[in-house]
Design a protein around this ligand. Structure first.
Ligand code: NI
Length: 170
């Protein structure tokens, strides 16, 4: 397993709609393992394949980072099939550093997809887990938390990032 580079805004891969996974083979299993390791290394509670530069519909989530026995949830071609309620909460993103945004999302979701062995699964989630699933599925559609704020705030963030980068390169 290896830790992969996490693509940062405004990398083009983050804006693309990812393609469905068609073959669950060895190279996909390796990608899944690498994504899990990258998520724990960051550390983050979720990661979508486009964030490591692979435009495929694949996500990993683990909202119990502090629990050593917790198993990461792997979902291939995930789809939200049902939602309930609406709730606002602050969110960050590994691809959008130095940014916390209040995002309104469904309180509960049902997500269908395949597990890493290709078995169909349906997951009912609420709380942080529901939020993380929606955030990661947004990534598969080329949507970042920045797309959920006003143009003005987005421009401010872009300028802040340009400044930070030019400082880092100086
Ligand atoms: Ni993210």
């Amino acid at each position: 397993m290896s830790v992969l580079e996490i693509k940062k805004y405004p990398d083009d891969v983050l804006k693309k709609k990812a393609l469905p996974v068609e073959k669950i083979d060895k190279s996909l299993q390796k990608l899944i393992d690498d994504m899990i390791e990258t998520m724990y290394d960051a550390p983050g509670i979720g990661l979508a394949a486009p964030q490591v530069g692979v435009s495929l519909r694949l996500i990993v989530v683990d909202v119990n980072l502090d629990d050593e026995d917790s198993e990461p949830v792997v979902l291939i071609n995930p789809e939200i099939t049902d939602t309930d309620g609406l709730i606002e909460s602050e969110e960050g993103c590994l691809s959008v550093p130095e940014c916390q945004i209040t995002v309104k999302r469904a309180e509960k979701v049902t997500v269908k997809g395949l597990d890493r062995d290709g078995r169909e699964v349906s997951i009912e989630a609420d709380g942080l887990f529901a939020r993380a699933l929606q955030h990661e599925i947004d990534h598969l559609n080329g949507v970042l938390i920045l797309d959920r704020i006003s143009q003005l705030k987005r421009d401010l963030y872009r300028r802040k990032m340009v400044k930070m980068r030019s400082k880092a390169e100086a």
